[in-house]
Every structure is written in structure tokens, then in C-alpha cells.
Design a binder for this molecule. Structure first.
Ligand SMILES: NC(=O)c1ccc[n+]([C@@H]2O[C@H](COP(=O)([O-])OP(=O)(O)OC[C@H]3O[C@@H](n4cnc5c(N)ncnc54)[C@H](OP(=O)(O)O)[C@@H]3O)[C@@H](O)[C@H]2O)c1
Length: 290
């Protein structure tokens, strides 16, 4: 779909690398058409050696040479980066942000300068399993983005996993569920493995049993299409072992705890977005002179 188009990453960190790896593995784009800008020359050299992608001289050079720009820097420097490059963002050039918690309005406002400018902004929320092409990315369209640019965003993130469309207002809930979710699951994996060790299993065996149980259960839930409650009932025999374990999980409030965790993370994400908007008083000119 990108057919000779150039994809530029502002920021060549972990998430950019995950995306580059996925896009090249999926043969979605040729390495020569991927550009990266990053303040650390050694990082650019590493990305070139590892993936043969090209380094841009700086962010402005990257934006000028790219047909699609991926904003992959930390949220707190997004505004500064946009102020620096905005006069190089041509009318309608798609800008796809992966920065957590930075509202589309901040990006659109920063890109709009002088005469009315049509900026095509897509905001996304990927997650870390993208590193092994098993991520899920929620995609929210900006106010002036074309359907084609949203489709392009889907194709890009499909190279590192799955995608869903959401309204921007739901990105906080996405952060609470799939953005923070891998950490919840890692905690559960660690706890199950510890439990196996407590019951006398060697660590390597406990780890192997835990990982395959989590992977297998997720795959079964996905492929069977059955409600998770039905799948649970299938392995729960009367007066058996599983119902005893489930009773303990219910007594410990596992369901409520997980729901509370997603709610807490969602509310925190919402607050960070509000703070970003409250602190976004200065326009680019003031920011530069200040
Ligand atoms: N990792 C995740 O799970 C995840 C999930 C969803 C969304 N995100 C979002 O993805 C974005 C990147 O996260 P990450 O984990 O990849 O962070 P990261 O590894 O720190 O990558 C950011 C990169 O940007 C570079 N950078 C700093 N200042 C720059 C500038 N002025 N111009 C260009 N590049 C600059 C950094 O260099 P230095 O290291 O030298 O500062 C670093 O290499 C964040 O906004 C984050 O919210 C991450």
C-alpha cells in the first residue's frame, strides 16, 4: 500500500524499533524507504546496521523527506518537536502519533500555523507485544484526516499485531486495558510461576507451564469464539480441583481487582491528558523564545 512512499520516524526508540521490525518482516515497506531521526548517532547507526533503514540529518530533514510521519518521541517533548518541524509539514501530510496521552488537539494546534493548514493527524495507542508482532493498536482519527490516511495507519499497525478503531475519548480506557494490560498479565505470569515453585516444581518447568497455559487459554478463547465463562465451565467438574481454585480466586476478589486496575489506569491516563491540555498555554513562538 505504501508503494515507494517514505515513512519517517521521529524518535528511534523501543516502539519505533518494534514498528520498523514488524513492517520489514511483513515486507510492508523496503528498508530504503524508512527514515529515522534521533539525537543519538549511535542509536541511528544501530538501526541502520540492524535493519538497513536510513538516518535523517535531523527532525526537520526527516519531515521534509517523508510522505508519512510517525511521532515516536516521549509525550513530554511532542510539542517541542512539532514546533520545530511544523513549517516543514506539507499540507495534508499524514502525522501519526504513538505518544501516550497527547491529545489530537495539541498536535493539530501545533501543526496549524499562519494560513489555514489541513493537517492530517491520527492518534494511536499500541502496546509492547508489538515487539514480537503481537501487539494491539487502537486508532483514533483527527478532525481533518482522510479515510485513506486512517486506512494507511491500520495497515502500518497491522504489521505489528492487530488494530481497532476508537473515538479519541476512548483512548484512556484503551490505555487502561491493552496499554497497561501486558504489565497486569506479566504480574499474573510471575505469580503463577511462583505458585508452581511453592508447590515443588522446578522454576523452568513452572515457567514453561505458566507461559503455555496463558498462551493456550488466550488462543482457545480467540479461536473457539466461545464466551470465557463457557470455557471455564468446560474445565470445572463437580467437586473437582478447578472449582476449588476458582473459589479461592473469587474469595480474593480477582475480578474486582482487575476491574479496579483498569479503572485506575484509565483515570490516570485521563488526568495526564487533562494536565497536558492545561499546560499547553504557550504557542510555538512563545515556546521557542521562552
Ligand atoms: N513502549 C511502549 O509500550 C509504548 C506503548 C504505547 C505508546 N508508547 C509511546 O511511544 C512513544 C515512544 O516510546 P518508547 O518506549 O519508544 O520511548 P523511547 O525508547 O525513549 O524512544 C524515544 C526516542 O526518541 C528519542 N528522542 C529524544 N528527543 C528527541 C528529539 N528531540 N527528536 C527525535 N527523537 C528524540 C529518544 O532519544 P534519547 O533516548 O536519547 O532521549 C529515544 O530514542 C512514547 O510517546 C510512548 O508514550 C510507548
Amino acid at each position: 500500500m505504501l508503494k515507494g512512499k517514505k515513512l519517517g520516524f521521529i524518535g528511534g526508540g523501543n516502539m519505533a524499533e518494534a514498528m520498523i521490525k514488524g513492517l520489514l518482516t511483513a515486507s510492508f515497506i523496503e528498508a530504503k524507504n524508512v527514515l529515522v531521526s534521533d539525537p543519538r548517532p549511535e542509536r541511528l547507526e544501530y538501526l541502520h546496521q540492524e535493519y538497513r533503514v536510513r538516518a535523517a540529518a535531523d527532525n526537520r530533514d526527516l519531515v521534509e523527506k517523508s510522505d508519512i510521519v510517525i511521532l515516536a518521541v516521549k509525550p513530554q517533548i511532542v510539542k517541542e518537536v512539532l514546533c520545530d518541524v511544523r513549517d516543514r509539514v506539507a499540507e495534508g501530510k499524514p502525522v501519526i502519533s504513538i505518544a501516550a496521552g497527547v491529545p489530537i488537539k495539541i498536535i493539530e494546534d501545533a501543526l496549524n500555523h499562519g494560513a489555514l493548514k489541513a493537517c492530517s493527524v491520527v492518534r494511536t495507542m499500541p502496546n509492547t507485544p508489538a515487539l514480537v508482532q503481537q501487539g494491539i493498536t487502537a486508532i483514533a482519527a483527527g478532525s481533518r484526516v482522510s479515510k485513506t490516511d486512517v486506512k494507511i495507519a491500520h495497515r502500518i499497525f497491522e504489521a505489528i499485531g492487530k488494530t481497532v478503531d476508537v473515538d479519541e475519548v476512548h483512548l484512556d480506557a484503551v490505555t487502561g486495558l491493552s496499554g497497561s494490560g501486558p504489565a497486569y498479565i506479566f504480574l499474573i505470569i510471575e505469580a503463577l510461576s511462583d505458585a508452581g515453585v511453592k508447590m515443588g516444581l522446578p522454576r523452568n518447568v513452572a515457567n514453561a507451564l505458566t507461559l503455555q497455559t496463558v498462551l493456550g487459554a488466550a488462543k482457545l478463547a480467540e479461536l473457539s469464539g466461545k464466551h470465557p465463562g463457557e470455557l471455564k465451565d468446560m474445565v470445572t467438574s463437580p467437586a473437582g480441583t478447578t472449582i476449588s481454585g476458582l473459589h479461592t480466586l473469587e474469595a480474593g476478589g480477582l475480578r474486582t481487582t482487575l476491574m479496579d486496575a483498569v479503572e485506575a489506569s484509565t483515570l490516570r491516563s485521563r488526568r495526564l491528558g487533562e494536565l497536558a491540555l492545561e499546560n499547553d498555554n504557550a504557542d510555538c513562538a512563545e515556546k521557542k523564545s521562552g
